[in-house]
Design a protein around this ligand. Structure first.
Ligand SMILES: NC(=O)c1ccc[n+]([C@@H]2O[C@H](COP(=O)([O-])OP(=O)(O)OC[C@H]3O[C@@H](n4cnc5c(N)ncnc54)[C@H](O)[C@@H]3O)[C@@H](O)[C@H]2O)c1
Ligand SMILES: [Zn+2]
Ligand SMILES: [Zn+2]
Length: 392
């Protein structure tokens, strides 16, 4: 089959790789019809490159049609339409039963000290082949895939794999008081969707980014935007809009590739020159200063408010402003989204009325073969690329 494979920093290609096969009785094979490119994929071709291997199949936002089921699969049959969550979770262990699917005890990567495996996502998370491909092997066929109805185009459901539950969790973890103010940092797919969800739930939403078409998309849906990512400007503007206090809650939908972290660019450069084994240590033990968005969040939240991190960070000794956080009495919540935890809340919103605007959320739908160009436009934020769906 054809699949998007990792070849190095800023280097993804479409290669022919072996077709996946049923390995366990509860596996299913899904023929992929749509597969998103995510901001998390950009980390893999930038700072997380040391944890990747040439030939790794990328992608963790797929949906498609079941083509084959293992002998132990009772809940799905060939022909069923499914979305595949990016967490590989069993659905039955203690963590899964608490709604903490990103910490699934069946797929936790204990030798790496990391949580549940993820599709298409580094050695740290199990190095499991991903879904930017013609076919995907999906384990836990009775509990993991989300069965969705026939009828609407893939756009209606595909974001259940990641964007919708991640943005939903971001807002739930932000937990502003009723009618409170939420500042969303970053208007990529995650921040954009979090802003839509928070608006839908009745909060006052203010967002920050500098990419013109991302700002325009948010404004078109009535979201207030601070067109800056400079900490002083963002903090000044948010205080002005909130009687000098700051936002009740801040959602960081940026992560470690933030503008304004000089350390991040240096680290990326270094990671291109320094042997992978050393860079792995730097990333997991030492850490590097790429906390621009996080620091803005800490400053922009009001005293006693909540910071909700969706953006992915790495590094153990990045200088977190603990004194400031303690003094401001900030509540901090974060993590990979627990996809299944939120699916029942989100499904009722995926109707013809389309309150979250999923039907035209994608800016680009391109054949799998064009993945390298699509990655490039998304990374460079060119050609109006906000959300790209690959269609094998
Ligand atoms: N927690 C999860 O489960 C989960 C799931 C999906 C994605 N993510 C993470 O969420 C983050 C966003 O993903 P995305 O797909 O929207 O990516 P993206 O890279 O398209 O979006 C990031 C946006 O942040 C803006 N930005 C950069 N620096 C900023 C700053 N200092 N202040 C405000 N805005 C700034 C950029 O201009 C860009 O528009 C990534 O870190 C990704 O890895 C987490
Ligand atoms: Zn994703
Ligand atoms: Zn589990």
């Amino acid at each position: 089959m054809r699949a998007v494979t990792w070849h190095g920093r800023d280097d993804v290609r479409v290669d022919t790789v072996p077709d996946p096969t049923i390995q366990d009785p509860t596996d299913v094979i899904v023929e992929i019809t749509s597969s998103g490119i995510c901001g998390s994929d950009l980390h893999l071709i930038e700072v997380m490159a040391p944890f990747m291997t040439v030939g790794d199949v990328m992608g963790h936002e797929p949906m498609g049609v079941v083509r084959e089921v293992g002998a132990g699969v009772t809940e799905l049959k060939a022909g069923d339409r499914v979305v595949v969550p990016f967490n590989i979770s069993c659905g039955t262990c203690w963590m899964c039963s608490q709604g903490l699917q990103s910490q699934c005890e069946t797929t936790q990567n204990r030798e790496q000290g990391m949580g549940a495996s993820l599709f298409g996502y580094t050695k740290l998370y199990g190095q499991v082949p991903g879904g930017q491909a013609e076919y995907l092997r999906v384990p836990f066929g009775n509990t993991l895939p989300i069965k969705v109805p026939e009828g609407p185009a893939d756009d209606r459901f595909v974001y259940l794999s990641d964007v919708l539950p991640t943005a939903w969790q971001a807002v739930q973890y932000a937990a502003p008081p009723p009618g409170g103010t939420v500042l969303v940092l970053g208007l990529g797919p995650i921040g954009d969707m979090a802003a839509r969800i928070a608006t839908h739930l009745g909060y006052r939403v203010i967002a920050s980014d500098v990419v013109p078409e991302r700002i325009a998309r948010a404004r078109a849906r009535g979201i207030e935007v601070i067109a800056s990512t400079e900490q002083e400007e963002v903090v000044g503007a948010i205080r002005e809009k909130t009687d000098g206090r700051g936002a009740d809650a801040v959602i960081d939908a940026v992560g470690m590739e933030a503008h304004g972290s000089p350390g991040a660019k240096l680290a990326q450069k270094a990671s291109a020159l320094v042997p992978d084994a050393i860079m792995e240590k730097v990333m997991t033990v030492a850490g590097i200063d790429r906390l621009a968005a996080f620091n803005t969040a800490i400053e922009a939240v009001r005293r006693g408010g909540t910071v909700s991190l969706s953006g992915v960070y790495g590094g153990a000794t990045d200088p977190v402003p603990l004194m400031r956080m303690f003094d401001k009495q900030i509540e901090l919540r974060m993590g990979q989204a627990n996809v299944w935890r939120w699916v029942p809340d989100i499904l009722p919103l995926l109707t013809d009325a389309d309150p979250l605007g999923v039907d035209d959320f994608a800016t680009h739908r391109v054949p799998l073969e064009q993945a390298p160009q699509a990655y490039e436009s998304f990374r460079q934020k060119q050609d109006g690329a906000v959300k790209v769906l690959l269609q094998p």
